[in-house]
Write a protein that binds this ligand. Structure first.
Ligand code: ADP
Ligand code: PHD
Length: 450
């Protein structure tokens, strides 16, 4: 049995929906279908999720919502028209979208999550109507009756362990199940969404809950490539890679698959196949365990990500001072800030953060606390920070990899601010300026693949 997730680009318009219907039809093993919200139809288009965020914000500010509602509904209407879905069948969906501003919410965060989730909720219902019109037995299954339970913040939820048990009762579905991605239901019965791109996580959770043989993730590229195709023209496709390679690469910028979506699949070792909706006949990329993997290259991929900041601290004899890091971590805890990496020297420490956690005010208050409580000789906040991640099972026990990474960067005068190798034996992380990130990826890619 296969769980199949279709990304926003695969469900962006009527033509794409038709390809999705064909893919579902082509394999009877495809029993659970996870939908995203309609994505971009062309480069400068806006994803429905982003329109829904605007809709939520106008509602919170008590501004006029008629226009944005019209814009969002037009996306669904366009798809429905392509398949000649009757107006009376669509009316409840339209009504659900229209009444969102009038409903009561416990907080603005819950309101935002509820609005956002409707991108996938309406799309799953619409796909069900389309499948039924095509005489394919299909049923829409809402996360509430499904038992898809989540905890944590309304817009950054995590799955609760009982969900896996709850989902087991859908193991032998009588008809195709169409489920919305991206959100679940919390203990208050409210909607809570995963982080952006989180429909990939929903698919992995369903695959684990149902002990699927395969989790297929359909997207708009033919495979996962060794580098982001927005940086490298026609990069090499990766045929097979391991879970942990994918986790490191998606964490550091391979946005094609959400980094958290690997975890449920690893836990029960369900293979993942990333495939193209436009070319389903192509094999795509298989993500498997290390046992099933033989490295073909020294590195499997190189990724870059720009959403980092770093805090540099210098203090003589830092290495001798008991409790310095503990106090630092307590300050982070006070501001509810998590850190990503913390490379250190004898008198120096760099802490790398996901900068999306900070407002300017929190950053300044946190730095003031650090100055007051830890009295560093020098403190610098580095806002311009990118991370380059070079990943490959093939680099374990390989001598000279570092030279092949740094030499091509030196050729292009790319300065490296930080190197972190060790804890994960299959990756090397570099810190650079944001403006250098694309050049760094290009140089490393060319060194290893051209
Ligand atoms: N290494 C990579 N291989 C393939 N695609 C990548 C890679 N890195 C980034 N991407 C981007 O990820 C996009 C697909 O992810 P996303 O837009 O989230 O798809 P979906 O709409 O299917 O969820 C691709 O169009 C591509 O631009
Ligand atoms: N629609 C949500 C969740 C998602 O997974 O979307 P996509 O499959 O288009 O990445 C978002 O835009 O974040």
């Amino acid at each position: 049995m296969k769980v199949v997730k279709f990304g926003g680009s695969s469900l962006a318009n009527g033509e794409q929906f038709q390809k999705v219907v064909n893919i579902i039809n082509a394999d009877a093993e495809r029993k659970v279908i996870v939908t995203s919200a309609p994505g971009k139809r062309f480069d400068r288009d806006t994803k429905v999720t982003d329109l829904l965020i605007d809709y939520a914000q106008y509602t919170c500010k008590k501004q006029e919502t008629a226009l944005i509602f019209k814009q969002i509904w037009a996306r669904y209407q366009e798809i429905a028209d392509y398949f000649h879905i009757a107006a009376e069948q669509l009316a409840p969906l339209r009504q659900e979208l229209a009444t969102l501003p009038a409903n009561k919410y416990r907080s603005q965060a819950v309101l935002l999550a509820t609005f956002k989730a409707h991108g996938e909720k309406l799309n799953a219902q619409l796909l069900t109507l389309i499948l039924q019109k095509k005489q394919i037995a299909a049923r829409y299954l809402d996360p509430q009756p499904a038992g898809f339970e989540v905890g944590g913040p309304a817009n950054d939820a995590h799955i609760l362990p009982q969900t896996y048990q709850n989902l087991q009762r859908w193991q032998e579905p009588a008809t195709l199940l169409v489920v919305p991605g991206f959100y679940g239901i919390n203990e208050n019965g409210e909607i809570a969404t995963f982080s952006r791109g989180g429909s990939d996580i929903t698919g992995a959770i369903w695959a684990r809950g149902l002990q699927a043989d395969l989790y297929e993730n359909f997207t708009d590229v033919n495979a996962i490539y060794a580098a982001n195709p927005q940086i490298i023209k026609h990069p090499q496709a990766i045929k097979v890679m391991t879970y942990r390679e994918m986790r490191e690469l998606s964490y550091a910028g391979f946005s094609v698959f959400h980094d958290e979506a690997i975890i449920p699949a690893i836990e029960v070792q369900i293979p993942i196949n990333v495939k193209s909706t436009n070319h389903p006949e192509l094999p795509g990329t298989m993500i498997v365990t290390e046992k099933e993997f033989k490295p073909q290259h020294v590195i499997t991929g190189v990724a870059s990500s720009n959403h980092f900041s770093a805090l540099y601290l210098h203090r003589y004899l830092l290495n001798k001072e008991v409790g310095f890091t503990l106090k630092l971590l307590q300050i982070f805890y006070k501001y509810n800030i998590s850190y990503e990496h913390m490379p250190s020297g004898i008198d120096d420490l760099t802490v790398i953060f996901d900068k999306r956690q900070f407002t300017a005010q929190v950053r300044d208050q946190m730095c003031n606390d650090i100055r007051a409580m830890l009295a560093p000789d020098y403190l610098e906040w580095i806002d311009d920070y990118a991370i380059i991640m070079v990943v490959g099972e093939g680099m374990r026990n390989k001598i000279g990899v570092m030279k092949n990474i740094t030499a091509p960067l030196a050729q292009k005068h790319v300065a490296i601010h930080m190197i972190n190798q060790g804890a994960s034996r299959i990756s090397i992380m570099l810190g650079t300026k944001r403006a250098d990130a694309a050049a760094a990826v290009t140089q490393i890619y060319q060194q290893f693949f051209n």
